[in-house]
Design a protein around this ligand. Structure first.
Ligand code: LMG
Ligand code: NDP
Ligand code: PMR
Length: 333
């Protein structure tokens, strides 16, 4: 019997078996990334590469989450350094693992910073980490995804409701807005140019929301450029408001105290880390979520649906520009 790629037939029982999938998850040392890693590792069907900047923290997190040892590997990745991204790609290739799914999940959020901080390459840190680090990583690893023989290959970039101005949450100031990309085009270095994509004054919360818009635009540009040719599924998602994660570590204590009950009882947008992990794990492995170019969301009873992005987050021309400018910044063009 001829086996389709990634699938083997037992000569004894004649049963089909899918080999273990290999998924790379960035920022798997806490929050959504950790919960997703755990959910996938526990199925026994996945080997999770936890791509993390803090090796020891990741090791401790995996252990205390009770993840089966044989189902994960931790590899060092600091998205705030383009050298580290390239090093990770080399190390991953040397590890000999196939790449079946890549999840770009890591992020930083600096809501209280008065001044910008910068990555090793001099980019404002939220856009530098959340967008540019992932942009280089996913562009390089696209080759590895192409080579995988797994039946459903996916590249997932985590987005958010707060980058979408067609929602109430997206209208809480400061609102995302990439403008004409003048700041991005000049390198976001805060010296010769603004640290903000639109060229405006620094605002950490806006920089985060802008980075999420870039994440969602990048996913769609990948889809337009590569879906047909490669068959890879490109997807983004809003996992729900996971109000208890480390994302809010730099917010003021009063916010951290009130935000979870506010989301639980007032907006009702709250989800637990465990629940959010199940949602992202679904986007990684559910056989029914193979549609490419989609931004997934979930409703109250946790069933997934294709959500509508804001005008800016679905702007085809802007997506192409963000792609081209980002290529230059990370040294791909
Ligand atoms: C910015 O401020 C900071 O300036 C910036 O530095 C950064 O930190 C950024 O996103 C992070 O925040 C945000 C500020 C602006 O929002 C607040 O934090 C104000 C909160 C106080 C509002 C009280 C009203 C809520 C009543 C519920 C109380 C329960 C517990 C509260 C917990 C708070 C946790 C969030 O926000 C504003 O300017 C406030 C105005 C927000 C409205 C924006 C929506 C626009 C669309 C209009 C729709 C109608 C509004 C309905 C509101 C329903 C509220 C239940
Ligand atoms: P966490 O802070 O808990 O997790 C973020 C992860 O990113 C951590 O593992 C962190 O590592 C890692 N990270 C940060 N900087 C780097 C870097 N330079 N290199 C490598 N890894 C890095 O936040 P969440 O789990 O909430 O966030 C995960 C994703 O979910 C983000 O993309 C966020 O935008 C998105 N999201 C979150 C929502 C929420 O309500 N929380 C809502 C919508 C989307 P370390 O552990 O070392 O700090
Ligand atoms: Mg928001 C339906 C309402 C809703 C939802 C789903 C979110 C999600 N938020 C909503 C409403 C509101 N928020 C309202 C009405 C307010 C004003 C009181 C509000 C405020 C608020 C603040 C100050 N919300 C926040 C902040 C943050 O600092 C968070 C942020 O913007 O980080 C960039 C945040 C968030 N609200 C959300 C979600 C998911 C966040 C987390 C950020 C993200 O990852 O996108």
């Amino acid at each position: 019997m001829v086996a389709s790629p990634g699938v083997t037939y037992s000569p004894v029982t004649g049963k089909k078996t899918l080999r273990k999938g290999c998924v790379v998850i960035t920022g798997a040392s806490s929050g959504l990334g950790l919960a997703t890693a755990k959910a996938l590792a526990e199925t026994g069907k996945w080997h999770v590469i936890m791509a993390c900047r803090d090796f020891l923290k990741a090791e401790r997190a995996a252990k205390s989450a009770g993840m089966p040892k044989e189902n994960y590997t931790i590899m060092h990745l600091d998205l705030a350094s383009l050298d580290s991204v390239r090093q990770f790609v080399d190390n991953f290739r040397r590890s000999g693992n196939p790449l079946d799914v890549l999840v770009c999940n890591a992020a930083v959020y600096q809501p209280t910073a008065k001044e910008p901080s910068f990555t090793a390459d001099g980019f404002e840190i939220s856009v530098g980490t959340n967008h540019l680090g992932h942009f280089l990583l996913s562009r390089l690893l696209l080759e590895d995804l192409k080579q995988s023989d797994y039946p459903s290959k996916r590249l997932i970039i985590v987005g958010s409701i707060t980058g979408n101005t067609n929602t109430l949450a997206g209208n809480v100031p400061p609102k995302a807005n990439l403008g004409d990309l003048r700041g991005l085009a000049r390198g976001l270095d805060g010296l010769n140019s603004s640290a903000m994509i639109d060229g405006g004054d620094f605002d950490g919360a806006k920089a985060y929301k802008d980075s999420k818009v870039c994440n969602m635009l990048t996913m769609q540009e990948f889809h337009r450029r590569y879906h047909e040719e490669t068959g890879i599924t490109f997807a983004s998602l809003y996992p729900g408001c996971i109000a208890t994660t480390g994302l809010f570590r730099e917010h003021i204590p009063l916010f951290r105290l009130l935000f979870p009950p506010f989301q639980k009882f007032i907006t009702k947008g709250f989800v637990s880390e465990t629940e959010s992990g199940k949602r992202l794990a679904q986007v990684v492995s559910d056989p029914s979520l193979t549609k490419s170019g989609v931004y997934w969301s979930w409703n109250k009873n946790s069933s997934s649906f294709e959500n509508q992005l804001s005008e800016e987050a679905s702007d085809v021309e802007k997506a192409r520009k963000v792609w081209e400018v980002s290529e230059k910044l990370v040294g791909l063009a």
